[in-house]
Design a protein around this ligand. Structure first.
Ligand code: ZN
Ligand code: ZN
Length: 256
């Protein structure tokens, strides 16, 4: 039997899936080993937990877009939510200097506090980083001693930054944008990531890979990105699926 892939990062709880969420999820579970539904604020973290069930896991966290609203109470609520079974990580958290929806000092503060939370809870972190590599490294590096693994999700940096993140012991996850014709920088980054640190994701409903680019992305579309990356890494799709799914199980402590 062909080993099944894991979609390590999707947002199936979002409104974009209100009309057909159950069908999208059952298609996903038919094709994939398991999926991780990622929170990006308190409400979506709660909704992610509600979706948990057989082979469906959740993460809880506040995205940098919403960092300006993070208070002590937010952190304590996340701590409580993270106790629930099937919550496998704190995230997505990080810095987004492309959109700057929250002031940068607020983004850095919220990120640092949630890294601290993950360290306290002994959970891995799912990190979003957009055009903020240096500042992100400046927050992460002093805290590395306390962290329990991390994923650079929807990796958007170059090969040098990928190597820096690998040096932190982190995993690197690629989304559909690695398949886009102009994404040569991302492909160079994927080339330097060893097979035991590589993950694949959809970030659904965003970033549908070639050849479904422009459509609403769904977890099953992870197969396109996986096939593309397997080719890039010169391994069979079977080996790619087996290795990346093992990696996902390792980083999220999921044993199925
Ligand atoms: Zn993200
Ligand atoms: Zn995301």
């Amino acid at each position: 039997m062909t080993p099944a892939l894991v979609d390590t990062h999707c947002h199936l709880q979002l409104e974009r899936f209100d009309a057909d969420r159950e069908a999208v999820l059952s298609n996903a579970l038919e094709a994939l080993a398991w999926v991780v539904v990622v929170g990006d604020d308190l409400e979506s973290s709660r909704a992610a937990i509600e979706m948990c069930g057989e082979r469906v896991y959740a993460t809880v966290g506040v995205h940098p877009h919403h960092a300006a609203h993070v208070t002590d109470e937010t952190i304590e609520t996340l701590a409580t939510l993270a106790q629930r079974p099937d919550v496998v990580a704190v995230g997505e958290i990080g810095l987004d200097y492309h959109y700057d929806f929250s002031p940068r000092p607020d983004q850095r503060a919220a990120f640092e506090r949630q890294l601290g939370l993950a360290a306290r809870l002994e959970r891995p972190v799912v990190i979003h980083c957009r055009e903020a590599d240096e500042d992100l490294a400046a927050v992460v590096e002093p805290m590395l001693g306390g962290l329990h693994g991390g994923i650079m999700h929807c990796f958007g940096g170059d090969a040098a930054f990928a190597e820096r993140c690998l040096g932190w012991g982190f995993h690197i996850s690629f989304a559909g944008n690695v398949t886009f014709p102009k994404a040569e920088t991302l492909r160079d980054a994927a080339r330097v990531v060893p097979m035991d640190r590589l993950l694949v994701e959809t970030d659904s409903p965003y970033l549908a890979p070639q050849p479904v680019r422009g459509k609403r992305c769904e977890p099953v579309h992870v197969a396109h990105t996986a096939a593309f990356l397997a080719d890039l890494k010169n391994v069979s799709l079977d080996e790619f699926a087996q290795r990346t799914s093992e990696n996902a199980g390792h980083v999220f402590s999921v044993n199925i």
